[in-house]
Design a protein around this ligand. Structure first.
Ligand code: IPD
Ligand code: CA
Ligand code: CA
Length: 275
């Protein structure tokens, strides 16, 4: 893959993300249809669908022979293609449905299974995060880098809770308490792609989450790596996009955060006593 080819795919992803962002802005506060997708709390709105339709139209025009994995439409296009676009047309649907302005469009391109293009657009703060493999990461076309914080006790983290949280005890609650205790704080933003984008530009020092889909993270993991961060499984082994789990940090707190995630005390140990 030449840099020119990557740059071309980056521009296609950018065109699609910006167009989808306009769709999200136009529907915001005017939603007529908010449905649950089966699992309690997992919402879909006409904005998710309209945003995805715009992205699919643009990709269909530029790269009709590529494969697609889109949150609302599933698998489309040529399943044997080495190119797979992983699309989240609205990451942060719960926020969006409540008019809490923290949501984004996330478009990643995997080439032979490896994230090589990532574009995340937050239309409410007008922030465009982009990366191409080997070419660096930017916010609004200016280079970005992860933070310098090197101690967990001085770090600010972000995480999330998947829609199956009521159906499993592996719901990240114990991890949230443990890391809240060990750091300056743990935020829960409600948009996995924006969580990764905040790691990439140094506003938070690390992010972990379970229960994720490829479209939640395909763009963001590349943007973090290209901004100088580290992306792995919780145990520091290689990141697997289909595992649903990710640990993404500035690199400097990666080992202590991994250790903390592998040694989480039971929830019952958190009471009213400050330790
Ligand atoms: C969700 C958000 C949220 C994360 C969930 C995702 P959606 O995506 O990224 O932050 O905690 O696991 O499913 O449903 O808003 O596209
Ligand atoms: Ca999502
Ligand atoms: Ca979504």
């Amino acid at each position: 893959m030449t840099n020119n080819q990557l740059q071309n795919f980056l521009e296609i992803a950018t065109e699609a993300a910006l167009a989808a962002g306009s769709v999200l802005q136009s529907f915001c506060g005017k939603l007529e249809e908010i449905q649950e997708k089966g699992r309690s709390g997992d919402l879909v709105t006409e904005a998710d669908k309209a945003s995805e339709a715009v992205i699919l139209e643009i990709l269909g025009r530029h790269v009709p022979d590529h494969g697609i994995l889109a949150e609302e439409s599933g698998k489309l296009g040529d399943a044997s293609s080495k190119y797979l676009w992983a699309i989240d047309p609205l990451d942060g649907t719960t926020n969006y449905a409540h008019q809490y302005p923290w949501a984004a469009v996330s478009i990643g391109l995997l080439i032979e299974g490896i994230p090589q293009i990532g574009v995340i657009f937050d239309p409410f703060h007008n922030e465009l995060f982009r990366a191409a493999k080997g070419l660096g990461a930017t916010r609004n076309r200016q280079p970005i880098a992860v933070s310098q914080i090197s101690e967990l006790s001085k770090s600010l983290l972000v995480t999330g809770f998947a829609y199956d949280r009521r159906e499993t005890t592996d719901n990240n609650y114990a991890e949230f308490c443990h890391l809240t205790h060990l750091t300056q704080g743990v935020r829960r933003s409600g948009s996995a792609s924006l969580d990764l984008a905040q790691v990439a530009c140094g506003r938070v020092d690390g992010y972990w989450e379970r229960g994720l889909a490829p479209w939640d993270v395909a763009a963001g993991v590349l943007i973090v790596s290209e901004a100088g961060g580290q992306v792995t499984a919780y145990d520091k082994s290689a990141f697997e996009i289909n595992s649903g789990r990710v640990l993404a940090t500035n690199g400097r707190i990666h080992a202590p955060l991994s250790d903390a995630l592998l040694n989480v005390p039971p929830l019952s140990s958190w009471g009213s006593i400050t330790r």
